[in-house]
Design a protein around this ligand. Structure first.
Ligand code: UD1
Length: 364
C-alpha cells in the first residue's frame, strides 16, 4: 500500500516524524513524504527536519504564504498532479492547518482514502481557521485517529461511523518522549544566561491575539507585570514579529528590560526552555499538550481549547486574554494552587506504532 504523508506547517513535523519511523517496521507499506511548503523559513521548517531526523520530502510544493483562499487553493492545484503521478492508495494528513484540508480534499476527490491523525478535536469556535479545517477534514476522512476521549465523543456526535475512529494517543507526545533526553543536552539555558525556574516562556501567534492591536496590547499589560518577577523568554513567530513592530506596541516592548524576544526556536531548544521554565504562557494548541507531559504549568491565552484533556487532567488553565484573568491564573501557579496534573490515557510514546498497525490492516 502506497501512502502519501503530508506536512506543511511547523506543528505538523513533530506529528509525522514518529509515523515515518513506524513505517520502517511495516515493509508492506510504502510511504512518501510531501511538504506543501506552507512554512518555508529555515527556522520554521528545515531545522525541524534535521533535529527530528526526518527523511527529506520526496516532493516540496513550495506554496509559501498567502491569504487562506490563495494558500489553500495553491496547495490543491500543486498537490493534485503529484497524486495523479504517484497514484497512492491513501493520503495521511495531520492536525488542522491549511495544508491538512487542502490535501485532504484533493485526495478524496480522486478516490484516494484519507487518513486524519489528530481527528475530532473541537474548540467550538468557528472564527478560528483551524476549527473549519478540523470540521471539514474529519467529515471527509475514511480513517480517523484521536488523541483524547473528547475527540472520539465529538466524532460520534457528528455521526462519524465508530468503525472509522480509533483512540491511539498522541504523536506529538511520541516525539517529545523520544527527544526529551536530547533536549536536556541543549545548551540554550547557558547561551541565554537563564537558571532553571527563573523565567517564564511565552509564545503567541493566533490571529485572535496578534492581529487585533487591542488584544495584543492587553497581553503586553500582562507581560509588564510578569517581567517584574521573572525574565520572559519569547521566541517570536513571524506573524507576531510583524505585529509587534506596530506603532504604540513597539515602544512598550522595547521598554521591558526583562522581555527577551528571540527568533523562532528549534525543537530541542524549545523543549528544553519549556521544561526548565517556571511556567508557560501560550496560545498554541500543541504546547498545551507538551507542557502537560513535562508537568510544567501552562496558562492558555485563549477563550476555548480543542484539547480539553490538558485542563481536565493536565497542567493547563484556560483564561483568554483579559489581563486580570491571566494574572489571576499566574498567581495561582505561583502559590502552588494550580499547574499540577498527570498524563492523559495513551500519551505513552506509542501512538504512531498504533496508527501504523491499524493502517497496515487496511480495513477502511
Ligand atoms: C499556521 C497554522 C496554525 C498553526 C501555525 C503554527 C493555518 C490556518 N494556520 O499559522 O494552525 O498553529 O501555522 O505556526 O494553517 N511566515 C514566515 N515564514 C514561514 C511561514 C510563515 O515568515 O516560514 C509568515 C508569513 O508572513 C505568513 C505568516 O507568517 O503570512 C503566517 O503564516 P501562515 O502559514 O499563513 O499561518 P501561521 O500563522 O503560521
Amino acid at each position: 500500500m502506497k501512502i502519501v504523508n503530508v506536512v506543511g506547517a511547523r506543528p505538523n513535523f513533530m506529528k509525522v516524524a514518529p509515523i515515518m519511523e513506524a513505517y520502517r517496521r511495516a515493509p508492506e507499506l510504502r510511504p512518501m513524504l510531501v511538504h506543501t511548503g506552507q512554512h518555508y523559513d529555515e527556522r520554521m521548517s528545515d531545522l525541524f527536519f534535521r533535529e527530528l531526523g526526518m527523511p527529506k520530502p520526496d516532493v516540496n510544493l513550495e506554496v509559501g504564504s498567502g491569504s487562506h483562499a490563495k494558500q489553500t487553493a495553491d496547495i490543491m492545484v500543486r498537490f493534485e498532479p503529484v497524486m495523479l503521478e504517484h497514484k497512492p492508495d491513501a493520503v495521511l494528513v495531520v492536525g488542522d492547518v491549511n495544508s491538512t484540508i487542502a490535501c485532504g480534499m484533493v485526495a478524496v476527490k480522486l478516490g484516494i482514502k484519507l487518513i486524519h491523525v489528530e481527528a475530532g478535536l473541537r474548540s467550538g469556535d468557528r472564527s478560528m481557521p483551524e476549527e473549519i479545517n478540523r470540521l471539514l477534514t474529519d467529515s471527509i476522512s475514511d480513517l480517523l485517529f484521536c488523541t483524547e476521549r473528547s475527540g472520539m465523543e465529538n466524532l460520534a456526535r457528528e455521526g462519524v461511523s465508530p468503525q472509522r475512529c480509533h483512540m491511539v494517543g498522541n504523536c506529538m507526545v511520541d516525539t517529545l518522549l523520544k527527544n526529551i533526553a536530547r533536549a536536556r543536552q541543549s545548551d540554550v539555558l547557558k547561551r541565554l544566561e537563564l537558571d532553571e525556574r527563573s523565567y517564564v516562556v511565552v509564545t503567541l501567534h493566533r490571529p485572535s491575539n496578534v492581529d487585533d492591536p487591542a488584544a495584543l496590547a492587553r497581553l503586553l499589560d500582562v507581560f509588564e507585570v510578569v517581567q517584574k518577577d521573572f525574565r520572559i523568554v519569547f521566541p517570536v513567530h513571524p506573524r507576531t514579529r510583524q505585529r509587534l513592530g506596530q506603532d504604540g506596541l513597539k515602544q512598550r516592548v522595547d521598554a521591558m528590560g526583562n522581555l527577551m524576544l528571540l527568533e523562532p526556536a528549534g525543537y530541542l531548544d524549545f523543549v528544553r526552555l519549556c521544561e526548565a521554565s517556571r511556567l508557560v504562557l501560550t496560545d498554541s494548541g500543541g504546547i498545551q499538550e507538551e507542557t502537560t507531559i513535562m508537568r510544567v504549568p501552562c496558562i492558555t491565552l485563549r477563550d476555548n481549547t480543542e484539547r480539553p484533556v490538558t485542563c481536565e487532567i493536565g497542567t493547563n488553565q484556560l483564561v483568554g486574554n483579559d489581563p486580570q484573568r491571566v494574572l489571576g491564573a499566574y498567581r495561582k501557579v505561583l502559590s502552588g494552587e494550580a499547574g499540577h496534573g498527570s498524563v492523559p490515557p495513551l500519551w505513552d510514546g506509542r501512538a504512531a506504532e498504533r496508527i501504523v498497525e491499524i493502517v497496515r490492516r487496511g480495513r477502511f
